[in-house]
Design a protein around this ligand. Structure first.
Ligand SMILES: [Zn+2]
Length: 304
């Protein structure tokens, strides 16, 4: 293959890497690059994100498909709390890498990346749902409103990009649990493999019992996990991350949240991560709770 194959950069989002490959080699699109170089009919990568495209991208980057997914997608987090029967790789039950409509970047990270790596790039942690500011620099993220972004770098997007609402900085100041949740989510991206759901649920249940909160049976008169989240988190942010919070009032039972801790409950990472912060009170304690039961950090994710 006569093409320039740049190294994928730390935490670089897979579609962003695909975009960099496309631009460096002068192709008009990922679809054209795949057709010309691999005789592969790619989907519009950033919309459909197929496992076949991931295989091709892994070849370009000189990685295994498992390494590409572990290091360059949000799947380690999105699939970190799924049942063992669910695949970590591939498209089945694949939640979109983000429910977000646009692509986000931090302008200071972009400057630093140009200085250090010679190019700015799309970082996967900035695409996490609920991430409105850079955890490293504490400034609002910017976003590109072009519907097919990521072919151009964050630096190239800068002149036409928008800044997220600065009111999110008030949320950052007033609700430390939100920042802690984003920090935990970001850390969990680097933890390979899924958590031992049974162990995590058992320990969450212990924490609910210690706090004399609802942990099964009748919830009359007991504080619900969803109530605790409502106390600790900004309601607008909560609703964005966990849509089931729309119209949540104190005492109103939300199945998707309040059954967490039940051993058979599947849950999702968007619920587990804030719940872990609310119940343990710190990123380190939450991380210990999860990693005590499972994974190896910075290792390739096992192929299911
Ligand atoms: Zn930054």
């Amino acid at each position: 293959m006569n093409a320039i194959r740049p190294a994928a950069l730390p935490g670089e989002l897979a579609p962003g890497y695909a975009g960099r490959f496309v631009t460096l080699n002068g192709f008009s699109s990922w679809v054209q690059a795949c057709k010309q170089l691999f005789s592969h009919d790619a989907t519009r990568y950033w919309d459909d994100h197929s496992s076949e495209d991931e295989d091709v991208l892994a070849q370009i980057a000189g990685l295994s498909a498992a390494e590409l997914v572990s290091r360059h997608t949000l799947k380690p987090l999105l699939r970190g709390f799924v049942k063992p029967s669910r695949k970590l790789l591939g498209t089945s039950h694949h939640p979109r890498y983000s429910r977000r409509k646009f692509s986000y970047f931090c302008e200071v990270c972009a400057e630093e990346d140009v200085a250090f790596h010679g190019t700015s790039y799309w970082r996967r942690e900035h695409q996490l749902v609920g991430m409105h500011w850079c955890l490293k620099h504490g400034i609002p993220l910017r976003y590109d409103t072009w519907r097919a972004p990521i072919v151009r770098s964050p630096s190239a997007c800068l002149p036409v990009s928008q800044v997220v609402d600065r009111a999110w900085l008030d949320v950052r100041a007033m609700f430390p649990a939100v920042t802690q949740t984003l920090e935990l989510a970001s850390e969990l991206l680097d933890v390979a493999g899924r958590a031992d759901l049974k162990q995590v649920n058992m320990r969450l249940k212990q924490l609910l019992i210690e706090r004399q909160m609802f942990h099964g049976g009748s919830h009359t008169g007991l504080l619900l996990l969803s109530d605790l989240l409502l106390e600790q988190f900004d309601p607008v942010w909560l609703e964005e991350v966990i849509p089931a919070f729309a119209n949540k009032e104190p005492g109103v039972f939300i199945r998707a949240i309040d059954l967490l801790g039940s051993a058979s409950f599947p849950g999702s990472s968007t619920v587990y991560v804030p719940a872990l912060i609310a119940l343990t009170g710190s990123v380190d304690a939450a991380l210990n709770l999860v990693s005590a039961s499972a994974p190896r950090r910075h290792a390739a994710m096992p192929v299911a």
